[in-house]
Design a protein around this ligand. Structure first.
Ligand code: Q9C
Ligand code: ZN
Length: 316
């Protein structure tokens, strides 16, 4: 398994996120990545490839230029280790800025695009270990630990060579990815996530959100109840996979979050370690060229195990 990775993410280590005006510890830590790298190495599954740098036009195809420039300029004037809670271009207060946030976010996009490029060159499977994650970032807004939408940028890049399906298995609905492709019929967005009436991001993820215009029917949400178990999750994933099969895409992108785990400090599902390998197998059964993009997952003790199990499943 090729893991596309650079340690540029370490430039982004905010001290806090803001919850109802109160500063609380930042859950999206750099140590998440160590957990993943350590476990893949331990299992002899780690083959690191550094990302190549891609021109900004690929980001501009998805995000507003004013928003990209805001991130670049606002972070460039941040002093030392200060963490800034931005006032503009935000969906919520869970994506603070540091002096290295822009560079780290660009590196995460490069990891996603490098994976996408490899897939168009005949590689059947790649894993982009992106940090920060991306699926909550929309055309001109950050939120939920996300700045640039890595999966959306990779999907848009791949869409130049064929239809693309995005399967989002993070605990949270990928509001950014949904927004970006809501009017497009050439990119299918399918997401399994916690019911937005009881979980973040609250603003979207309902089953009735099906796309608009040419995109009508190409946005599929599976909201799931708190305490969802392996059995229900796998059954739902099977339906999602069947929708992707009917769409008949040339490429599959998986927005892979692991905050669905029963011991995740943020998520509210009850998935066990063993289910991630089964999820991987189910998805791999589609037989599509596949780019896996890292999203959430906050139990740093076990995150590496969950990722390794999933990657084992997709490789079988
Ligand atoms: N008390 C990702 O998994 N925190 N982002 C909600 C509510 C924000 C999650 C906490 C969660 C963002 C990529
Ligand atoms: Zn999440």
């Amino acid at each position: 398994m090729i893991t596309i990775y650079t340690d540029a993410h370490k430039k982004h280590q905010p001290d806090f996120e803001t919850y109802d005006g109160i500063q609380v510890p930042y859950a999206e830590t750099a140590s998440r990545v160590d957990s993943i790298l350590d476990e893949l190495r331990r299992r002899d599954m780690l083959e690191i490839m550094p990302p190549k740098h891609f021109p900004r036009l690929h980001i501009e195809a998805v995000h507003q230029v004013g928003y990209i420039e805001f991130l670049r300029q606002r972070t460039s004037i941040i002093d030392g280790d200060t963490t800034v809670s931005p006032s503009y271009f935000m969906t919520d207060t869970y994506a603070p800025l540091t002096s290295g946030t822009y560079e780290a976010s660009i590196a995460a996009v490069d990891a996603a695009l490098t994976g996408a490029h490899m897939i168009t060159n005949g590689q059947s499977l790649a894993y982009s270990l992106c940090r920060p994650p991306g699926h909550h970032a929309s055309h001109h807004s950050l939120g939920g630990y996300c700045y640039f939408n890595n999966a959306a940028i990779a999907a848009n890049y791949l869409s130049q060579s064929g239809k693309v399906a995005i399967l989002d298995i993070d605990y949270h609905h990928g509001n950014g990815t949904q927004d970006i492709f809501y009017g497009r019929g050439d990119v299918l967005y399918v997401s399994l996530h916690a019911n937005p009436n009881e979980s973040y991001p609250y603003i979207s993820g309902y089953a009735g959100e099906k796309g608009t215009g040419e995109g009508k029917g190409f946005n599929i949400n599976y909201p799931l109840a708190l305490n969802t178990t392996d059995r229900t999750y796998l059954r739902t994933l099977e339906s999602a996979v069947n929708k992707i099969k009917s769409f008949n895409p040339a490429y599959l992108i998986v927005s892979a979050g692991f905050d669905t785990y029963n011991l995740d400090p943020i998520g509210g599902f009850r998935l066990t370690q063993g289910v991630y390998r089964q999820c991987g197998k189910l998805i791999a059964n589609l037989g599509l060229p596949m780019l896996i993009i890292q999203e959430g997952g906050y139990n740093t003790d076990d995150l590496g195990i969950l990722v390794a199990e999933f990657l084992t499943g997709v490789s079988q």
